[in-house]
Design a binder for this molecule. Structure first.
Ligand SMILES: [Zn+2]
Length: 117
């Protein structure tokens, strides 16, 4: 996590920071996944001959899962930005009470208070 010092940034700034981190992660993971997929077509090349094809399959599945997670994070951050625009950011979507500032600092995209999480 590369969050700014707590208390110094507005929710918008924290979300923007998280957003750029998530976007960067998606880029890296998408590139890695493309490499793995491309590499798996080249396994007939002798110097890349890999007796552990299952390792590649595992890494591919792992990377795809991380990529899906990063995309979900980005969706959550988009949703948080919409809440800011709508003026309902920081309100628990379940019980309607305010989410504590500490929780929003740790999880800028949180949509539920700690009791409802
Ligand atoms: Zn709640």
């Amino acid at each position: 996590m590369t969050l700014p010092e707590s208390g110094t940034a507005s929710p918008q700034e924290r979300i923007a920071a998280e957003r750029s981190a998530a976007t960067h992660r998606i880029d890296l993971l998408a590139a890695r996944l493309a490499e793995i997929i491309e590499g798996s077509h080249l396994t007939t090349d002798d110097d890349e001959h890999d007796p552990e094809g299952s390792t590649i399959a595992f890494e591919r599945a792992q990377t795809a899962a991380l990529l899906a997670e990063a995309r979900r994070d980005l969706d959550e951050l988009d949703a948080a930005e919409r809440l800011i625009d709508a003026g309902t950011y920081g309100v628990c979507e379940k019980c309607g009470r305010a989410i504590s500032p500490e929780r929003l600092e740790a999880l800028p995209a949180a949509r539920r208070c700690i009791d409802c999480a």
